[in-house]
Write a protein that binds this ligand. Sequence first.
Ligand code: COA
Length: 248
Amino acid sequence: MSAHIRVERDGAVRVVRLERPEKKNAIDRAMYAALSVALAEGDEDETIGCHVILGVPGAFSAGNDLADFLAVAEGGEGGTEVFDFLTALVTCRKPIVSGVDGIAVGIGTTMHLHCDLTFATPRTVFNTPFVDLGLVPEAGSSLLAPRVLGPQRAFALLALGDGIGAADALAAGLIHRVVEPAELEEAVFSAAHALAAKPRQALRITRDLLRGPREEILARIREEAEHFRGRLVSDEARAAFHSFMNGR
Ligand code: COA
């Protein structure tokens, strides 16, 4: 498991905290594995009604650990941890409420497309520099972001690499509410407890209807992953990873 993922329970709410502040909550393979387990366990536990995902003050997540990407770019084995996490996220049967403060890069942004309610602070910027890294969108974002944001704003996010601030994310429907950092956890927990207290079956059916068929999303994730694996070993990506790791 990972020391950087803390799992807690707050009544009927299961809380998963990303805690790797020294790396701005970049997510490494062990963290993905721990996140998958946390979601699966919360789903199986009948006393749990809702999942919560949080980062640390100032950083939800800087995205995938670029050292892990570089290892693959240089011939290492990639593992299935990211794919397993995305599958757990998409197939999760209980609502997920996320709270974002500050940095939200890559999967630190795309993850919220699978969350039911996302709260963010005014200093949050959602950013997916996939193309600048020689990569392509992941986590089903090439399917879901255009649906949520419309094609042009999705293109600006996923291809141009334009960040979306909290106010614009709210206006675009990417998030549910903007709250001050000091109020973030209270807002997240209040929503999560309200959901956990609802009639479970009615909530589950409602959520399923709203989210639509999962197979379509899983198929897109597989399609993206095929391209992503190819891109990871491309000269473009290798150069971008080296550039970041060398601090340029
Ligand atoms: N993978 C690995 N390490 C990362 C990381 C990542 N995605 N993001 C940040 N870090 C590390 C930095 O290397 C640095 O480590 P060090 O102190 O050992 O040198 C530490 O976290 C702090 O990062 P720093 O860049 O100094 O913080 P910042 O506040 O100036 O900038 C970011 C924050 C998120 C804007 C910047 O770190 C960044 O661009 N990270 C890469 C984001 C990214 O491309 N993610 C992949 C998306 S697919």
